[in-house]
Write a protein that binds this ligand. Structure first.
Ligand SMILES: CC(C)(COP(=O)(O)OP(=O)(O)OC[C@H]1O[C@@H](n2cnc3c(N)ncnc32)[C@H](O)[C@@H]1OP(=O)(O)O)[C@@H](O)C(=O)NCCC(=O)NCCS
Length: 187
Protein backbone atom coordinates (compact mmCIF):
# COMPACT_ATOMS: atom_id res chain seq x y z
CA UNK A 1 0.00 0.00 0.00
CA UNK A 2 1.25 3.53 -0.79
CA UNK A 3 2.24 5.64 2.20
CA UNK A 4 -0.47 8.14 1.24
CA UNK A 5 -3.22 5.47 1.23
CA UNK A 6 -2.41 4.04 4.65
CA UNK A 7 -3.89 5.26 7.95
CA UNK A 8 -2.84 8.74 9.05
CA UNK A 9 0.63 8.46 10.64
CA UNK A 10 0.05 9.85 14.14
CA UNK A 11 3.33 10.16 16.06
CA UNK A 12 4.03 10.06 19.81
CA UNK A 13 7.05 11.65 21.48
CA UNK A 14 8.06 12.07 25.11
CA UNK A 15 5.60 14.95 25.71
CA UNK A 16 3.60 15.27 22.48
CA UNK A 17 1.08 13.59 20.27
CA UNK A 18 1.10 14.56 16.59
CA UNK A 19 -2.21 13.70 14.97
CA UNK A 20 -4.32 14.48 11.94
CA UNK A 21 -5.72 18.02 11.77
CA UNK A 22 -9.53 17.97 11.86
CA UNK A 23 -12.33 20.48 11.35
CA UNK A 24 -12.81 20.57 15.14
CA UNK A 25 -9.36 22.24 15.44
CA UNK A 26 -10.63 25.31 13.57
CA UNK A 27 -11.21 27.59 16.59
CA UNK A 28 -7.86 26.80 18.17
CA UNK A 29 -5.92 27.04 14.92
CA UNK A 30 -7.69 30.26 13.97
CA UNK A 31 -6.36 31.88 17.12
CA UNK A 32 -2.83 30.62 16.36
CA UNK A 33 -2.98 31.60 12.68
CA UNK A 34 -4.18 35.13 13.47
CA UNK A 35 -1.77 35.81 16.35
CA UNK A 36 0.36 38.77 15.14
CA UNK A 37 3.49 37.26 16.75
CA UNK A 38 3.03 33.94 14.92
CA UNK A 39 2.27 35.40 11.50
CA UNK A 40 4.68 38.34 11.61
CA UNK A 41 7.02 36.83 9.01
CA UNK A 42 4.71 34.49 7.09
CA UNK A 43 4.21 35.12 3.37
CA UNK A 44 0.46 34.41 3.58
CA UNK A 45 -1.86 37.39 3.80
CA UNK A 46 -3.25 37.54 7.38
CA UNK A 47 -6.60 35.76 7.75
CA UNK A 48 -9.57 38.02 8.47
CA UNK A 49 -12.38 35.43 8.39
CA UNK A 50 -12.63 32.08 10.26
CA UNK A 51 -13.68 30.47 6.97
CA UNK A 52 -10.10 31.00 5.73
CA UNK A 53 -8.91 28.79 8.59
CA UNK A 54 -11.47 26.13 7.67
CA UNK A 55 -10.24 26.27 4.05
CA UNK A 56 -6.62 26.06 5.17
CA UNK A 57 -7.41 22.98 7.27
CA UNK A 58 -8.95 21.34 4.18
CA UNK A 59 -5.85 22.19 2.14
CA UNK A 60 -3.54 20.74 4.79
CA UNK A 61 -5.66 17.56 4.97
CA UNK A 62 -5.47 17.25 1.17
CA UNK A 63 -1.68 17.25 1.24
CA UNK A 64 -1.72 13.64 2.31
CA UNK A 65 -4.44 12.27 0.05
CA UNK A 66 -2.82 13.98 -2.95
CA UNK A 67 0.61 12.63 -2.04
CA UNK A 68 2.11 16.13 -1.72
CA UNK A 69 3.05 15.86 1.93
CA UNK A 70 1.63 15.52 5.42
CA UNK A 71 0.79 18.03 8.17
CA UNK A 72 0.28 17.15 11.81
CA UNK A 73 -1.62 18.93 14.58
CA UNK A 74 0.67 19.24 17.62
CA UNK A 75 -0.92 18.41 20.97
CA UNK A 76 0.40 17.64 24.45
CA UNK A 77 0.12 13.96 25.42
CA UNK A 78 -2.34 14.81 28.18
CA UNK A 79 -4.51 17.24 26.19
CA UNK A 80 -6.05 17.02 22.72
CA UNK A 81 -5.97 20.79 22.01
CA UNK A 82 -4.02 21.73 18.88
CA UNK A 83 -1.13 24.04 19.84
CA UNK A 84 0.09 24.42 16.27
CA UNK A 85 1.05 22.33 13.28
CA UNK A 86 4.10 21.04 11.46
CA UNK A 87 4.83 18.89 8.46
CA UNK A 88 5.88 18.54 4.85
CA UNK A 89 4.58 19.99 1.58
CA UNK A 90 5.89 20.19 -1.98
CA UNK A 91 7.02 16.57 -1.73
CA UNK A 92 8.95 15.76 -4.91
CA UNK A 93 9.28 12.00 -4.84
CA UNK A 94 11.59 11.85 -7.85
CA UNK A 95 14.11 13.95 -5.91
CA UNK A 96 13.30 12.48 -2.47
CA UNK A 97 12.82 15.99 -1.08
CA UNK A 98 10.08 18.04 0.57
CA UNK A 99 9.61 21.40 2.29
CA UNK A 100 8.99 21.75 5.97
CA UNK A 101 6.58 24.20 7.62
CA UNK A 102 5.52 24.80 11.23
CA UNK A 103 3.95 27.27 13.61
CA UNK A 104 3.14 27.18 17.32
CA UNK A 105 0.92 29.08 19.77
CA UNK A 106 3.17 31.93 20.93
CA UNK A 107 2.32 31.27 24.62
CA UNK A 108 4.15 27.96 24.24
CA UNK A 109 7.35 29.20 22.59
CA UNK A 110 10.80 28.38 23.89
CA UNK A 111 9.79 25.24 25.79
CA UNK A 112 11.30 22.85 23.26
CA UNK A 113 7.89 21.87 21.86
CA UNK A 114 8.63 22.48 18.20
CA UNK A 115 12.06 20.84 18.41
CA UNK A 116 10.37 17.72 19.76
CA UNK A 117 7.58 17.84 17.17
CA UNK A 118 9.83 18.53 14.19
CA UNK A 119 12.32 15.85 15.26
CA UNK A 120 9.49 13.30 15.16
CA UNK A 121 8.32 14.62 11.80
CA UNK A 122 11.86 14.44 10.40
CA UNK A 123 12.19 10.87 11.62
CA UNK A 124 9.03 10.05 9.68
CA UNK A 125 10.20 12.04 6.64
CA UNK A 126 13.67 10.50 6.38
CA UNK A 127 12.26 7.10 7.30
CA UNK A 128 8.80 6.23 5.97
CA UNK A 129 8.66 8.95 3.30
CA UNK A 130 12.15 8.09 2.10
CA UNK A 131 13.29 11.73 1.97
CA UNK A 132 16.92 12.56 1.33
CA UNK A 133 16.63 16.35 1.65
CA UNK A 134 14.28 18.57 3.64
CA UNK A 135 14.11 22.24 2.70
CA UNK A 136 12.83 25.22 4.63
CA UNK A 137 12.14 28.71 3.28
CA UNK A 138 12.26 31.49 5.86
CA UNK A 139 11.46 35.16 5.26
CA UNK A 140 14.63 37.19 5.76
CA UNK A 141 14.38 38.73 9.24
CA UNK A 142 12.63 35.78 10.87
CA UNK A 143 15.61 35.22 13.18
CA UNK A 144 13.52 33.06 15.49
CA UNK A 145 12.76 30.52 12.77
CA UNK A 146 16.33 30.67 11.44
CA UNK A 147 17.73 30.05 14.93
CA UNK A 148 15.25 27.23 15.47
CA UNK A 149 16.22 25.46 12.23
CA UNK A 150 19.94 25.86 12.87
CA UNK A 151 19.44 24.42 16.36
CA UNK A 152 17.96 21.24 14.92
CA UNK A 153 20.69 20.88 12.32
CA UNK A 154 19.60 22.72 9.17
CA UNK A 155 22.24 24.65 7.19
CA UNK A 156 21.65 28.04 5.64
CA UNK A 157 22.33 27.72 1.91
CA UNK A 158 21.70 31.29 0.83
CA UNK A 159 19.27 34.10 0.18
CA UNK A 160 16.69 33.95 -2.60
CA UNK A 161 16.27 37.59 -3.59
CA UNK A 162 12.72 38.95 -3.97
CA UNK A 163 11.53 35.35 -4.04
CA UNK A 164 7.94 35.93 -2.87
CA UNK A 165 5.47 38.74 -3.46
CA UNK A 166 3.58 39.02 -0.18
CA UNK A 167 1.87 41.73 1.80
CA UNK A 168 2.38 44.20 -1.00
CA UNK A 169 6.10 43.78 -1.56
CA UNK A 170 8.75 41.39 -2.84
CA UNK A 171 10.35 39.53 0.02
CA UNK A 172 13.73 37.85 0.22
CA UNK A 173 13.78 34.29 1.54
CA UNK A 174 16.52 32.32 3.23
CA UNK A 175 16.78 28.75 2.07
CA UNK A 176 17.95 26.08 4.49
CA UNK A 177 18.23 22.35 4.18
CA UNK A 178 18.89 19.21 6.15
CA UNK A 179 20.16 16.07 4.44
CA UNK A 180 19.38 12.54 5.57
CA UNK A 181 23.06 11.77 6.22
CA UNK A 182 23.34 14.87 8.47
CA UNK A 183 20.17 13.89 10.34
CA UNK A 184 21.53 10.39 10.90
CA UNK A 185 24.87 11.75 12.14
CA UNK A 186 23.08 13.88 14.78
CA UNK A 187 21.04 11.01 16.20
C1 LIG B 1 9.87 29.04 15.18
C2 LIG B 1 8.96 28.38 16.22
C3 LIG B 1 8.16 27.28 15.60
C4 LIG B 1 9.86 27.80 17.33
O1 LIG B 1 9.04 27.04 18.23
P1 LIG B 1 9.53 26.73 19.73
O2 LIG B 1 8.67 25.66 20.30
O3 LIG B 1 9.66 28.01 20.49
O4 LIG B 1 10.97 26.15 19.45
P2 LIG B 1 11.89 25.37 20.50
O5 LIG B 1 11.57 25.84 21.89
O6 LIG B 1 11.81 23.93 20.21
O7 LIG B 1 13.32 25.88 20.05
C5 LIG B 1 13.59 27.24 20.20
C6 LIG B 1 14.93 27.53 19.56
O8 LIG B 1 14.77 28.46 18.49
C7 LIG B 1 15.86 29.37 18.51
N1 LIG B 1 15.33 30.71 18.76
C8 LIG B 1 14.17 31.03 19.39
N2 LIG B 1 14.03 32.38 19.40
C9 LIG B 1 15.10 32.88 18.76
C10 LIG B 1 15.51 34.19 18.41
N3 LIG B 1 14.76 35.25 18.73
N4 LIG B 1 16.67 34.35 17.73
C11 LIG B 1 17.42 33.29 17.37
N5 LIG B 1 17.07 32.00 17.67
C12 LIG B 1 15.93 31.82 18.34
C13 LIG B 1 16.81 28.95 19.60
O9 LIG B 1 17.75 28.05 19.05
C14 LIG B 1 15.86 28.22 20.54
O10 LIG B 1 16.50 27.25 21.30
P3 LIG B 1 16.75 27.56 22.87
O11 LIG B 1 15.43 27.94 23.46
O12 LIG B 1 17.30 26.25 23.39
O13 LIG B 1 17.75 28.67 22.90
C15 LIG B 1 7.98 29.42 16.85
O14 LIG B 1 8.73 30.52 17.30
C16 LIG B 1 6.92 29.91 15.87
O15 LIG B 1 5.83 29.35 15.78
N6 LIG B 1 7.21 31.04 15.17
C17 LIG B 1 6.22 31.67 14.29
C18 LIG B 1 5.89 30.87 13.04
C19 LIG B 1 7.05 30.78 12.07
O16 LIG B 1 7.87 31.68 11.98
N7 LIG B 1 7.07 29.65 11.34
C20 LIG B 1 8.12 29.38 10.41
C21 LIG B 1 7.93 30.02 9.11
S1 LIG B 1 9.37 29.71 8.10
Amino acid sequence: MDEQNSAFPALSTLHLYLREITASDADRLHSVWTDPLVIEHLVLEPFTDPRQTVDMISLLQLLRSSGEGVRWAITLLEDDLALGTCGFHNWKKEHAKAEMGYELDSRMWRKGIMSEAVSAALGYGFGTMGLNRVEAFVTVGNERSLGFLEKIGFSLEGTLRQYEFARGRYQDQWILSLLKKEWERRR
